[in-house]
Design a protein around this ligand. Sequence first.
Ligand code: GDP
Length: 372
Amino acid sequence: MNIEHPENDKQYAGLTVNSGVAQPPVVNPYMKPRRKKPLPTAGEMVEGILKGDITMLSRAVTLVESLNPSHRSLAQEVIEKCLPHSGNSRRIGITGVPGAGKSTSIDVFGLHVLKRGGKLAVLAIDPSSERTKGSILGDKTRMEKLSVHPDAFIRPSPSAGSLGGVARKTRETIVLCEAAGFNNIFVETVGVGQSETAVHSMVDFFLLIQLAGTGDELQGIKRGIMEMADGIVINKADGENIERARLAMAQFKSALHLFPTPESGWYPEVLTYSGYYELGIAEVWDMIDRYFEHVEKNGYFEHKRRNQARYWMYETIDENLRSHFYNNPEIAEMLANKEARVLANVQSSFTAARDVLNRYYSLMGDNFKAED
Ligand code: GDP
């Protein structure tokens, strides 16, 4: 039963493409649907989280990530109740380009931290994960030792939505993890693009993982990222790479001299290490300990956390206002229309914006007029 298909052409002798058979139903029609476990109440979740129940913590994080409005409001209730029990942790952001050795390093840094006792949560912010269908960060298979450690909780990046939305979910997850007794939080992100700013706004210490390259390491690193870093560590300082790593360290150190004194009064340190061969790990962690001592003593730790809390309040307001505006169907239609007029040069960008805003205000029943 030959069908019409390019590969049924004579030139592909020996190959025949047949028409397929109808797919049988995959689901057994006689099977009773399994009842979904009912959602615990906010009180039950909080109780579980405060006891350090990981299953409850995971369920709450899933609610935080959910797009279902009723899940989200339940999540908010849980977060509010956990908030007084949060804050007691060291939040460390870890960034580096793909291949810099983030997961290898997090695995060994994590074990190093856990040797002192306590618990560690590894979270990730990866705004691209929705596009790539599957996060490349916070992937358990990439952190072999931590993923089987009883005191580690690894959670890949929330995948839905804008960077702001993804970052906010991670910020909320930090609160839940801390309430569950996690006193070390790592937030991993890829060192490209905007996500570092988001991570920087939720951590106490920002660690930049670099590689020694061809001698011009500093090229291609955005100044802004270097300015955010509290520590720069050059990975893969092993074997033949040791000399190059040292050279890179010297270059970073001299580049950092050009930056103004950070508000924290802490001068970022530069170190070399090898995540794979586990060399220099304790030194990296000693640096981080020194940082915490420094900022706890001079009050910057508290100051930064308060600023971050304020930042997240305004971020959340901004996000909400934007989505309320852009998701309004009438506004969306008007925007398309106005955009066409602006592109065709029949209306100026400014009056087009003013018209849309005024329409929005009147839809909201407000007499407010946009400024010209
Ligand atoms: P990520 O993409 O930043 O998470 O990087 P990975 O941790 O997946 O590491 C990328 C590659 O670099 C892997 O093949 C690792 O085995 C290798 N790698 C990581 N750390 C080191 C190191 O300290 N030394 C050497 N030689 N290779 C390393």
